[in-house]
Design a protein around this ligand. Structure first.
Ligand code: RB5
Length: 156
């Protein structure tokens, strides 16, 4: 079973604790990068801690929890080679693995109950990448990381 790096901000802290217990109970080795309290923190710091663990080979998959899953997915997807998917149901979790080979799962503690979150994690962990035509598409995702991107108008 893959070693899982697990991270959350304050909004995701309580759900992270529930997920860690569930993962460990089901035999997964978990690297918990924090946060370890409900005090306000910044989600990019924890997304970065999880992606650092992936880059270092200290974990094979990552799970990130914030309020919506959106900020964590945005932050993690800045890192080349990371394919983070914010999933709010089991179907998207399955597709994120089968079609997108998502190596990071982002969850929203303010939109998911613990049982739904656990079901999403279970499906995401159990589903394999389908390969075939999706390999070509992942190669195009990787090519986007190599391309030079320059805004010609102010980005925001
Ligand atoms: C924190 O209030 C919240 O903005 C954060 O957890 C997350 O939902 C961001 O995407």
């Amino acid at each position: 079973m893959p070693l899982i790096a697990l991270g959350a901000d304050h909004a995701g802290f309580a759900l992270k604790e529930i997920l860690r217990a569930w993962l460990e109970r089901h035999g997964h080795e978990v690297l918990d990068v924090g946060t370890h309290t409900a005090d306000s923190v910044d989600y990019p710091d924890y997304a970065s801690a999880v992606t650092d663990a992936l880059l270092a080979g200290a974990a094979e998959r990552g799970i990130l929890v914030c309020g919506t899953g959106i900020g964590m997915a945005m932050a993690a997807n800045k890192v080349p080679g990371v394919r983070a998917a914010a999933c709010a149901d089991a179907f998207t979790a399955r597709m994120a693995r089968e079609h997108n080979d998502a190596n990071v799962l982002a969850l929203g503690a303010r939109i998911l109950g613990p049982e739904t979150a656990i079901e999403i994690v279970r499906v995401w962990l159990e589903t394999a990448f389908a390969g075939v035509r999706h390999v070509r598409r992942l190669a195009k995702l990787a090519a986007l990381e190599q391309k030079e991107h320059r805004w010609h108008v102010p980005a925001h």
